[in-house]
Design a protein around this ligand. Structure first.
Ligand code: NAI
Ligand code: MG
Length: 333
């Protein structure tokens, strides 16, 4: 199987290399096709996201991606936004589960955030009306709203989840979230065997930090989803452990949600767990559910054992020791 690898910048090459090692240790054979993106790519090829990289993803359909540093102030658009738009990766999916060893005030968190990835306030339509007055347009279309809610319900069905919560602010943004809410209700009618809940996004925030186990699958527009995704990562121990995927109907890119961490890059200190778990999501996506489950198991057991953990997890180990620990905890397949 051929999969595109975007190693990215900063700690990207370190965490993706660790992920490749762990995947190799499961016995799944992958032929990784290197593709450039990020600051390195901008310096080397004059483009942080060369067309060749997009073409490789179009050809092989699936990619593992390390974080990329978007060069600021040089006229380049965000690499991630361009990737999502060029490849129509309309859904961002972030599974968030409580893990052993990581001390947080919450237990038994087990939810999935599904974020609409292509429009809303992040459509990027802003203009100056007159000096001192800016307008940003919040785009909601029936097509994208239905597509993302249906995606959330299909995910819920596939994983035997009990409830989908649609998060909105339809009482204030009557037209845009009004349409989104109407679409959500219509799609929910097609899934009578899955509970449907609609809730104002501010209520959801309050409940996420008081009773997070109430939630199961959450679906929402782009900006809300961006904020809620990071909030939920915080419920279970932070960006170093939470995986993510950007999915469309043709292509899929799996990546951790943290950035390139320039402060620790090149020192071998990065925590690769978020990237490794994104790799597990990738394996599941390509039909290797067995290998994915073994990686998840190994990560949980590594945290439980507490040996070789990186500094961000309170240990005194590094990328090497934690990767070795995860490999040593892989159940034989
Ligand atoms: P960051 O996530 O890179 O770092 C924030 C803090 O968390 C730093 O102290 C860092 O050392 C720590 N950290 C992050 N990941 C870690 C890991 N795996 N192990 C241990 N510690 C970790 O966020 P920041 O500093 O805001 O962004 C740095 C660069 O990354 C920026 O250029 C930004 O554009 C880019 N970025 C790229 C993303 C992507 O390509 N998906 C996502 C977010 C940011
Ligand atoms: Mg974000």
């Amino acid at each position: 199987m051929q999969i595109v690898l975007i190693a990215g910048d900063g700690i990207g090459p370190e965490v993706t290399a660790a992920t490749q090692e762990v995947i190799a240790a499961t016995g799944v054979k992958i032929d990784w096709i290197d593709a450039p993106a990020g600051l390195h790519s901008a310096e080397q090829f004059g483009d942080p996201l060369p067309e060749r990289t997009l073409d490789l993803i179009r050809q092989y359909r699936v990619a593992l991606k390390g974080p990329c540093t978007t060069p600021v102030g040089k006229g380049f658009r965000s690499i991630n936004v361009k990737l999502r738009q060029s490849l129509e990766l309309f859904a961002s999916v972030r599974p968030v589960q409580s893990l052993p060893h990581l001390k947080t005030p919450f237990e038994q968190v087990n939810l999935i955030v599904v974020r609409e990835n292509t429009e809303g306030l992040y459509a990027g339509l802003e203009h100056q009306v007159v000096p001192g007055v800016i307008e940003s347009l919040r785009v909601i279309t029936r097509t994208a709203a239905e597509r993302i809610v249906r995606y959330a319900f299909e995910l819920a069905r596939q994983y035997g989840r009990r409830m989908v919560t649609f998060c909105h602010k339809a009482d204030v943004m009557r037209l845009s979230d009004g349409l989104f809410l109407q679409c959500a209700r219509e799609v929910a009618d097609d899934y009578p065997f899955i509970d449907f809940e609609e809730k104002p996004i501010d209520n959801v925030c309050l409940e996420l930090v008081t009773d997070p186990k109430h939630y199961d699958v959450l679906v929402m527009e782009n900006l809300f989803g961006d904020v809620i995704s990071d909030l939920c990562a915080g419920l279970v121990g932070g960006l170093g452990v939470v995986p993510g995927a950007n999915l469309g109907s043709k292509y899929a890119i799996f990546e951790a949600v943290h950035g390139s961490a320039p402060d620790i890059a090149g020192k071998g200190l990065a925590n690769p767990i978020a990237c490794i778990r994104s790799g597990a999501m990738l394996l599941e996506h390509i039909g290797r559910r067995d290998a994915a489950a073994r990686i998840e198991h190994a990560v949980v057991e590594t945290l439980r054992a507490g040996v070789g953990l990186t500094r961000d997890l309170g240990g005194d180990g590094n990328t090497r020791t934690i990767t070795d620990a995860i490999i040593s905890h892989l159940p034989t397949g």
